[in-house]
Design a protein around this ligand. Sequence first.
Ligand SMILES: *[C@@H]1O[C@H](CO)[C@@H](O)[C@H](O)[C@H]1NC(C)=O
Ligand SMILES: *[C@@H]1O[C@H](CO)[C@@H](O)[C@H](O)[C@H]1NC(C)=O
Length: 344
Amino acid sequence: MRWLLVVVGILGWVIARETWGVRSQMEKKIFILAGQSNMAGRGGVVNDTVTGIARWDGVVPRECRGNRWIVRLNAGLEWVEAQEPLHQDIDETKTNGIGPGMAFGNRILKKKKKGELGVVGLVPCAIGGSNISEWERGKVLYNQMMRRAKASLQQGGTISALLWYQGESDTLTYHDAHAYATRLRKFFSDVRDQLHSPLLPIIQVALASGSGPYIETVREAQLGMDLLNLRTVDAKGFPLEPDGLHLSTSAQVHLGHMMADAFLPFLPTSLQSAAPLPSKAPPTVSNLETALLEGKYIEKVNWGSNCLTSTAGLRLKSDHLHLTTMSEVHLRIKLPQPYLSSST
Ligand SMILES: *[C@@H]1O[C@H](CO)[C@@H](O)[C@H](O)[C@H]1NC(C)=O
Ligand SMILES: *[C@@H]1O[C@H](CO)[C@@H](O)[C@H](O)[C@H]1NC(C)=O
């Protein structure tokens, strides 16, 4: 009888291995998670008052549970099934807990039919305590993120968005807080530039907390950033751990959902199904971004690394994809000359 168990065991192992292999080869939607501690995840991490050591309480809400549709690029650049804490071997000098990543992944999977989306690939890169200067192109954290981003593409898939939550460390001095907008803009444009993805969706978080007094200055920089395909979700007022700096587990779940909802409209299927909806109101704007994403205007608009323009208010033809003639004229006025080729 024992041999039967052994055979069944081996068979099971082979099947599990095969399906895992197939799944990790499947088309992946890849997300880069970067920033500082609140992206790395400190939900459920509390100081032990006796030992003085920070510990994670180990509580994983249902929304953050791992499943076979979410994989994570580990520190060894291999895809493994994703489990909290996502940044355990990345922000390795700190105690990691719940961040927004798993709640994000589960939410987008829930909103789509399984298989339609493929596998969600999360690439954790956040490092607790890091300031925006440390994420400058060419610096260690930036290079590490790029190396991980490139490695994530090795077995197929596409980088679908950058999820970014950072800035608490830039609230310490007047100078850094006021330099934040310029530094952040450059960071976003460098990432898009180096990933050859000038319209890469970016979902960023406006600060809930900070290590210094200039939180509002950094928040203004974040909320005022006007970049195509950038979405900002606001964490202000979210419940924090007793340290007053880190989002609680439930806050992180909520944040992950908000980030997912901000990202979902970028998915091609939802874009297509949104297109032919009959509507009385003149079609505008978010669909223009769709058109840009689909490359309809790429030949007309040469997106240089600093092309930042709002498409708000531009009207579209009834196909919900193409600009009306007036809007085209408008776009030409709004965009700086170098970004337009002469052809119409
Ligand atoms: C734990 O306490 C130390 C020292 O007071 C502090 O720096 C740290 O932020 C605290 N961590 C948490 C998770 O509360
Ligand atoms: C950013 O952090 C690094 C490392 O802690 C530090 O050396 C640097 O002075 C900081 N830069 C700014 C502008 O705060």
